[in-house]
Structures are given as C-alpha cells and as structure tokens.
Ligand binder design. Structure first.
Ligand code: DAH
Length: 336
C-alpha cells in the first residue's frame, strides 16, 4: 500500500510540475483530489480497514494529500504569474511613440476681428445691438429710404424668403429697429451676418458687417470723421493713411467711402506695394430715415457707418479669397 502511495505521489507531482497551463493543472487536481480522484478514493476506502491500519494509512494519505495540494498551489501561482506577465507584455505601452494631439478649438478669425473692433467702439461709449437675419423688406430697404425702384437695390441682389421678407442684405436695418425703440441720444454698433446673391473671390453669399449709428443734438460730419479716424488708427496703427471719398448711399447724405493706404509685401516677388483699399461706408443720417422713425430732424442729427468685417480681415492678413473664411479648413484657421 505504501509503495502505491509513493508511486501515486510521484505521478501526481510529476504531472503537476509538467502542467503547461492552468486548465491542465486543474485536470490533475480533479484526477487526484476531485470527488472521484485517486487520493479521495483512498481516503473513502479507509472506512473498511482495521482501526490500526486506518490510523497509519489515514495519516500517510492525509500527508500525501497535503503535499499534493501544496504542489498544486505552488504550480498554480507560477502559471498565474506567467499569465500576468504575458498579458502585461501584450499591453505594454511604448513610451517612445509620439503623443496623440488633442485638437483644441479657438475663436474664428472673423469673430476675433469683430470682437476687436467692437471693443474699440465700446470704449468710446457705443453699445452693442443685434437684429434678425431674416428681415422684412420694410426694415431692409423702405425705412432706409430705398424705395422699390431705387437703383441702390440692384447692387444688393437679394435672397427672398417670401414676398416682403428677405435675408437682410446689410446690417443697416438694425438702425431702424433701435431708433424705433429708443429716443436720442443713441450710440450703437451692430455686428451680424448679411446675405447677397453673389459669389467670387471677393464676394460670398453670406458675409459679416458691423453697423454703427450715433444720433444726438449737434452731431456733425467732423464727429463722424473723428470717431472713424480713432477706430482706424487703433485698429490698423497710428501711421496708416486714410481717405474719405464721396459716395452715395440712400440712407445717408452726404455719404462717403473710406479707404486706407495698405502696404503689403508681394508674396511672390517680395516687392512692397501700396494700394488704396475700401474698408467702410458712412455718412450723415438722411432726414427721410429720421422721418420714418419719428425723430425730429430739425432737433437731432447723426451719423452712420457700415464696416465689412470680411474685407478688413482680408486686408489685414493678406487673404486672397473670401471663400477661405468660410471653408473651415483647420490648416487655414489655425494660423490666426
Ligand atoms: N449698408 C451699406 C452696405 O452694405 C454700408 C453702409 C454705408 C452702412 C453707409 C452705413 C452707411 O450705415 O452710413 O453697402
């Protein structure tokens, strides 16, 4: 019997030592220590032995069971450790790989410029005002002294939403909405999107303007000029040359366009060139406009101006096509 035990132990230990994985090891455990395992069966069979035999065989069998159990546990620990190492190896982090970039949002160039310009006017006491993109023909044209057959309408190529309702072609209707709601003095700037049926390198069907309006007693063209000069010098620098050129707008009289003398290096030849570039329209509010909002034009006078934000962005940064501003190509936008 004892010899059998020695044999069984040797077999058990050698199968344990040779088990290549946890599954095989567990099979060995079941074969010896399971409910029908070899060692279990011996212990069960002791019931039939004589008391002395039972004592000595029982002790030997229990010691055998103890050693096999310990060998199983040790082998299990070794195999588990190996498995953990293998997994860790598979999941190893390669610290030499370049990091993945987390893309970061930023304010769009047009909004940066609009914010910068707004700040300059807000510091002079202007308040921010907004109006709707979908506007009635009355606010967009009629109230601004632009009747149906007026030639100025031709230059606007309007998107109609339905008869009498348009996508605003300019931010000027905000002037009317503000004057209807408030009494002078009024000093507002109104940035916003405007829409025209137009598309080429310098025209986009949607673009951004900023309107300005100031009404009070005794306002003259020199107030307009002083305010705009302050803005232009703050924005483009104190040395920039400016010219006011007579122009026509239906809602101002007299009216002007303002150009700046812009010097830029030619990207290809490296040569510096100067050009007069138009950046805004302006003028003294037309008496007809005051009549439409029931302002007494004998008592009050005022000026208005309209800036093209896209135009100013293009001039300042040497952008050749307005479409760049709306394509949302990150390689372009990230430069600003
Ligand atoms: N609304 C004009 C346009 O879109 C720009 C403009 C010119 C606005 C003169 C004004 C102004 O307020 O006084 O072409």
């Amino acid at each position: 019997m004892k010899e059998e035990f020695v044999h069984m132990e040797q077999e058990a230990l050698s199968r344990i030592a040779g088990a290549p994985d946890l599954k095989t090891l567990d099979d060995v455990r079941v074969a010896f220590l399971g409910r029908k395992g070899q060692i279990t069966e011996i212990l069960k069979g002791l019931g039939n032995a004589s008391p002395e035999e039972r004592r000595s065989l029982g002790q030997t069998a229990n010691q055998l069971k103890g050693r096999v159990t310990q060998a199983l546990e040790e082998r299990k620990a070794v195999l588990e450790q190996a498995l953990r190492q293998e997994k860790a190896q598979q999941q190893r982090v390669d610290l030499s790989l370049p990091g993945r970039e987390a893309p970061r949002g930023q304010v769009h160039l047009l909004n940066q410029i609009a914010d910068e310009i707004s700040d300059i006017f807000i510091q002079m006491g202007f308040q921010l005002a907004l109006g709707p993109d979908v506007e009635t023909e009355y606010y967009n044209f009629d109230a601004l002294n632009t009747p149906d057959d007026h030639p100025a309408r031709d230059s606007h190529d309007t998107f109609f939403v339905k008869p009498g309702v348009v996508l605003r072609t300019q931010t000027s209707p905000v002037q009317i909405r503000i004057m209807e709601q408030t009494r002078p003095p009024v000093a507002i700037i109104a940035p916003g999107r405007v829409y025209r049926v137009d598309l080429d390198a310098t025209h986009s069907p949607m673009f951004v303007q900023m309107e300005g309006l100031l009404v009070d007693k005794g306002i003259t063209f020199s107030d307009l000029k002083g305010t705009l000069m302050h803005f232009i010098h703050s924005f483009f620098g104190p040395d920039i040359q400016v010219r006011f050129r007579p122009h026509f707008f239906p809602f101002t009289e007299p009216s002007a366009e303002v150009d700046i003398l812009w010097t830029a290096k030619d990207r290809h030849t490296g040569e510096t060139k100067s050009k007069w570039l138009e950046i805004l329209g302006c003028g003294m509010v037309h008496p007809e406009v005051f009549k439409n909002v029931s302002y007494d034009y004998e008592e009050y006078s005022g000026y208005a101006f309209g800036l093209g934000i896209d135009r100013i962005a293009m001039v300042r940064h040497g952008i050749s096509s307005i479409t760049h501003l709306y394509e949302n190509d990150m390689r372009f936008l990230e430069q600003f």
